[in-house]
Design a protein around this ligand. Sequence first.
Ligand SMILES: Cc1cc2nc3c(=O)[nH]c(=O)nc-3n(C[C@H](O)[C@H](O)[C@H](O)COP(=O)(O)OP(=O)(O)OC[C@H]3O[C@@H](n4cnc5c(N)ncnc54)[C@H](O)[C@@H]3O)c2cc1C
Length: 465
Amino acid sequence: MSHRHYDTLIIGSGPGGEGAAMKLAKAGRRVAVVEAFDQVGGGCTHWGTIPSKALRQAIQLLADYRRNPLFQRTVRQIHVDYPQLLAAAGSVIRDQVRTKYRYYDRNRVDVIHGRARFVDARTIEVSEAGGRVDRFTADAFVIATGSRPYHPPDIDFSHPRVLDSDSVLRLDHTPGSLTIYGAGVIGCEYASVFCNLDVKVNLVNTRDRLLAFLDDEITDALGYYLRTQGTVIRHQEEYERVEPLDNGVVLHCRSGKKFKTDYLLWANGRAGNSAALGLAALGIGTNSRGQIEVDGSYRTTLPEIYAVGDVAGPPGLASASYDQGRFVGTLISEGESDWKLIEDFPSGIYTSPEISSIGRTERELTDQQVPYEVGRAMFKNIARAQITGHTVGMLKLLFHRESLEILGIHCFGEQASEIVHIGQAIMTQTGGANSLLYFAETTFNYPTMAEAYRVAALNGLNRIF
Ligand SMILES: Cc1cc2nc3c(=O)[nH]c(=O)nc-3n(C[C@H](O)[C@H](O)[C@H](O)COP(=O)(O)OP(=O)(O)OC[C@H]3O[C@@H](n4cnc5c(N)ncnc54)[C@H](O)[C@@H]3O)c2cc1C
């Protein structure tokens, strides 16, 4: 058993751990990252963001090709199955892993492969797959162990017909039909992926709307396009039991409805990876979903132990996890941080069409009695969208009708998650610089999708003057 001491030890090499490690290494601290998997990158790179987005990109390419009149004569010759698309995603994962090892190497961050567990508030034990156990000590720790799909105990996830967002990445053929239980971001994204592969998809939602945190007009559009692509959406359903069979699986709902398909993809909730860390003995609390209790600075009850990313609770985004890691890295190295984490972060949902939004929705502004107005640009009227053939979509700006301050940006359509950042940059300005007028009075490249901001701003101004 070896024993080494570090300034900070980070447990988990996803975006949360990587953000903390890089910040601390740049500050000259002696840092190591402990990773249970045999490659760095976290769930983000191997089972979450990267594979699902690479899959989606491959499928989008296929859908664009099928739709493009230039390729109509060859379209019948193209047969792409799910494993081929997964293989395309695999090459992105390899590139990401290589890049991340290089970052750790260049910044002299030690990577220790093994599963970490606290022995006391200053010591962890790391068990390697081969059985070797080492001890490491540090002055501070960052727990960034991420999350995994939540498994209700009454469902047999060892059955090959019952999948979750991890095991769906190991499916070795294109299924004929699929029921997705849970219509959150992951459920909607996979519904989009599979219906674009001509799989019959049932999307079973436990709520009364899709993605209720988004603007109603955007989720109405998502529902419409998912249906036109062949997805059957059922709202307000709750499972009673899951019956796996040799030739399929039946989802029995409390309402009496039954969905029999080749596979079930369970996409209803995630649980923090905290159980095996030995936290209870240290007095660090977790909730029923395994999420570690932290304060506003991501400190646990022990001041030298921090938790960031999915294991510290919502929002459960790679983007936010990375920033939380960097923020904590700053606190540990400098004792304080002169930058604050934004509370209003953008959401990107990689369905077809893509969705992105930031700020308040119409429902929120109405509830808060804010006098707002709406400016819209339909992609079908934007030259760049006509050129690329991606005419499905809309940019919607919500702004204060007196001050012209932008209050919310909601977009769906090709590149929505990029387009939203233009508005975000203006929306986060202070001292009167957050104004709809910026978009009405600024010259943008033409033709671009950014033009949608000018069109939406003029549309909005026309409503109030
Ligand atoms: C299907 C899917 C799609 C997603 N799409 C997006 C998206 O488009 N955009 C977005 O921003 N977010 C997305 N997310 C969420 C995003 O992946 C997570 O928010 C992000 O990965 C969290 O980062 P993290 O650093 O907290 O943990 P993770 O990335 O989960 O990494 C945690 C790491 O800790 C390791 N670990 C766990 N326990 C131990 C231990 N005891 N010892 C050592 N190592 C340990 C794990 O092996 C893992 O490598 C998606 C998630 C899923 C599941």
